[in-house]
Design a protein. Structure first.
Lengths: 434, 402
């Protein structure tokens, strides 16, 4: 008798629980918390999946959010909704994420209270159209970018953890078929939304998301997926993974349950983003049904990547802003040679440049997002924004450590963590989606 | 939030583009070679520009219109004169920066008049082409250290001193001169005076030979007991320790985005030309997310483009803030610092990417790389901008962060 999903979840749990590195790294408690969250969501998905059968006949027609109408004046101000979202998430970031960041980094896990706080705010609801239980009225890449920016001011790793399910919901809202939208989107609007994530990256040098090695092959009843995915946010605890794979020469996304046969998951910890529980996935002839293929022929993989890029830019801006906000009081308070070090041009000018480049990243990213939002071409703008963020985010990170000198190198201050996290900006393509 | 150029600016941008293409580009090399000869082709253009300004619904554009637009009047979002000027000038400087600086009645002195003149003075000098004379042999960025004096003498002031690097100093109808009423009172005593061309005691000593912007003349002017009517002192004659100098410096908040716009124009010219050259050499210039798999020249081209876009958007931000009456001193300096340095870096790299084509006088690439250097220097050097930004960010006075 094949193991059912709950059995597999439990079996995975048992194997995880037996793993000696948990004790070696001293991280058992937080991982258990995260795993608890994962299972809880898993059970929830299942109970809802059971109801899907009856629902399929009555699924709603495909519903894509409209683009906003184009404005006719240059305007850098946020609308009232955006202001509210920024304020709320800024509070979440500074009151909940930032204080938990050092411990989550050590523990390599998302703290349960962060999940709870984000669930309370209904973050994912912003990704889901009203018809499926969410609150989104129109596509808003700008709002998504603002969300990423604010969360990353708190902590980039946890921001990714919170944004992974958000990104999956966004992708389904945007490209899913009517059946997929009806099946999955309501789940994301529940108190116990599934843990979901996006797997794009693969372990190869000069990795190009347009040249995937992971393959999908059509079988009689669906598809068979094989390949390796790396740096998958929350990959180990996700109930649902949106896997990028090449189908008949074209990159597509597949909805793959986290407990699929042939899917092996192992930790893929990196120098930073440790709270995001990066995971390696080995897909060995993983079979999924026909309706696992996200969307139809109108699916736009380059557009999907551009939207992921925008989110990465938003994260970069938020963390760069955190660095800037940290070094200003530090350099004003730290004295050397009888006066604050900020009285020296060599120090002050570094700070000026960090501000200039952070705002540069922000302007380019906002512009790309606002073009996407108003239905204009935006691939060029997104590419340029990403390129600039790839360069300037790390520069800001390394200068942040430099300004604190030896104190920047030790864990007493967060700048070393931001340095590690910011290295990821130019590296990863998956995980989040606007 | 919307960060693209509104449609209403289409006509002015188009007009400026046409000027750049049909008026400036054809004579660009001619006046680079014929340094110090007056580009008479500009006279007719200036007249057209005056007409455009007087008839404009958007409050006009240009040096003499800055600063008086925004000031928070009315409700809602505004895109006005500052944005108009920045957009227009970017296009014109795509044509030629030196020629743009030589457009009659668009001098920096006009911006100063616009910023600090009273109503009577505005009426009197509004149509005057005014150059700006601040720098002295012993005082550049440190404009508070100027030694030129203005001494009261009945209904007049007597101006004495030497000014250098006066853009359009020989061609302009008047020069706005910064001078001290009382050197013992420091920066608060520094005032600006309109000295009209032909005033006895004012002599243009010489014109500089320069690295770039050769179409624009750069004069050294000597003042010897130069008699100027009292009413030519711009703004308030009282020496107020609180705001005297700050008032004069405010001119720069408005002109810095303008200089940033110039850098953006010339850099875009270089980048477009280089892109065409690389394209015709058969390179695939597509925008990719993984740029490391593209040729180094393509990745570099895209990075330059990103830097240029950053400078452009920071400049639009500063102009937008000015149009909406928001204090923008920090943002104006950020725009100037970013545009000045990337403008220079872009034009220099474009010469390199274009090889000997870039270096040769057969194209304008080498000229643009010479012209762009001044834009990271005048209206406050890169270093002065970083100082202004740092003082704002760190909450430091000029005595603390020197």
């Amino acid at each position: 008798m094949p193991r059912d999903p709950i059995g597999l979840a439990l079996s995975t749990m048992t194997r995880l629980a037996a793993s000696p590195w948990l004790d070696r790294l001293g991280v058992r408690t937080p991982v258990e918390k995260a795993a608890y969250q994962g299972t809880k969501a898993g059970f929830r998905t299942l109970s809802l999946a059971a109801r899907e059968v009856s629902r399929v006949s009555g699924w709603m027609p495909r519903k894509q959010l409209p683009a906003r109408s184009s404005q006719d004046l240059f305007d850098l101000s946020l609308d009232d909704d955006q202001k509210l979202i920024v304020e709320t998430l800024s509070r979440l970031a500074m009151d909940t994420l930032r204080p938990a960041a050092a411990e989550a980094d050590e523990a390599c896990a998302m703290p349960a209270e962060v999940y709870e706080a984000a669930t309370e705010l209904g973050l994912t609801l912003y990704a889901v159209p009203e018809a499926f239980g969410g609150i989104a009225e129109s596509q808003s890449p700008v709002t998504s970018v603002l969300i990423a920016e604010q969360l990353a001011r708190g902590d980039m790793g946890m921001a990714l953890g919170l944004l992974a399910p958000f990104g999956v919901a966004q992708a389904i809202s945007q490209w899913g078929t009517g059946a997929q939208q009806s099946s999955y989107l309501p789940l994301f609007c529940d108190g116990d939304a599934p843990v979901a994530t996006i797997a794009v990256d693969e372990p190869s040098p000069l990795f190009d998301p347009m040249q995937l090695q992971t393959r999908a092959r059509r079988t009689g009843s669906g598809f068979e997926l094989s390949g390796t995915k790396s740096a998958v946010v929350l990959g180990e605890v996700s109930d649902l993974i949106l896997v990028a794979a090449v189908l008949e020469g074209t990159p597509r996304l597949f909805l793959v349950p986290g407990n699929s046969d042939g899917l092996q998951r192992s930790a893929d910890l990196g120098m930073g983003l440790r709270a995001a529980q990066l995971t390696r996935l080995e897909l060995n002839k993983v079979t999924v049904p026909n309706d696992a293929l996200l969307g139809d022929d109108s699916f736009d993989y380059p557009g999907f990547l551009d939207r992921a890029s925008l989110m990465r830019c938003g994260l970069a801006i938020g963390t760069a802003q955190a660095v800037l906000d940290y070094v200003i009081p530090y350099c004003n308070e730290r004295t050397a040679f009888g006066e604050p070090i900020s009285h020296r041009q060599s120090v002050a000018f570094m700070i000026s440049n960090m501000a200039i480049e952070t705002d540069s990243m922000r302007m380019l990213t906002w512009r790309a997002a606002s073009r996407a939002e108003t239905g204009q071409s935006w691939h060029r703008e997104a590419s340029l924004a990403r390129l600039l963020c790839n360069e300037k985010a790390m520069e800001t990170g390394t200068n942040g450590v430099q300004l604190l000198g030896g104190h920047g190198f030790v864990k007493e201050h967060p700048v070393e963590r931001w340095y590690r996290d910011l290295r990821s900006v130019a590296v990863h393509f998956g995980g989040a989606h606007a | 939030m919307y960060l693209d150029i509104p449609r209403k600016f289409g006509p002015i941008i188009h007009q400026a583009q046409q000027t750049a293409k049909e008026v400036f580009r054809p004579i660009s090399r001619k006046y680079d070679r014929a340094e110090h000869s007056y580009p008479k082709e500009l006279d007719m253009f200036a007249t057209i520009m005056d007409g455009m300004n007087d008839g404009s619904l958007n409050g006009g554009a240009g040096a003499g219109k800055l600063a008086r637009s925004g000031n928070g009047s009315g409700e809602g979002n505004r895109n006005g004169t500052n944005m108009n000027t920045v957009l227009g000038l970017t296009e014109v400087c795509w044509g030629d920066v030196g020629l743009a600086l030589s457009i009659p009645r668009q001098g920096l002195g006009n911006s100063a008049i616009a910023a600090v003149a009273n109503e009577e003075q505005l009426k009197r000098f509004g149509k005057t082409w005014a150059a700006m004379a601040i720098t002295e042999p012993g005082a550049g960025s440190d404009s508070a250290a100027i030694r030129t004096t203005a001494t009261e003498d009945g209904d007049h002031y007597l101006i004495n001193g030497e000014k250098i690097f006066v853009t359009a100093g020989e061609r302009a109808d008047a020069v706005v001169v910064w001078a001290s009423l009382d050197r013992s009172l420091g920066r608060a005593a520094i005032k600006s005076f309109v000295v009209e061309k032909g005033t006895p005691g004012m002599t243009v000593e010489r014109l500089e030979k320069k690295l770039g912007i050769r179409a624009s003349d750069t004069a050294t002017i000597r003042f010897e007991n130069c008699r100027v009517p009292r009413e030519n002192l711009l703004g308030d004659p009282e020496i107020s320790v609180d705001k005297g100098f700050a008032g004069a410096m405010q001119t720069f908040d408005n002109t810095r985005p303008v200089v940033a716009a110039m850098a953006i124009g010339v850099a875009r010219a270089a980048l477009e030309k280089t892109r065409d050259l690389l394209d015709s050499a058969g390179l695939d210039l597509d925008y990719r997310l993984q740029g490391w798999n593209q040729p180094a020249a393509v990745r570099e081209l895209h990075l330059l483009e990103a830097e240029l876009e950053a400078a452009r958007l920071l400049t639009l931000r500063a102009a937008w803030m000015a149009d909406n009456g928001q204090p923008n001193s920090k943002e104006a300096s950020m725009a100037k610092a970013k545009a000045g340095r990337v403008g220079n870096a872009i034009t220099l790299r474009c010469v390199e990417l274009s090889s000997s084509i870039g270096f040769a006088e057969t194209e304008l690439l080498e000229k643009w790389s010479r012209d762009s250097k001044i834009l990271d220097i005048f209206e406050g050097t890169q270093q002065i901008q970083l100082l202004i930004i740092a003082r704002r960010l760190l909450g430091k006075s000029s005595a603390e962060l020197k």
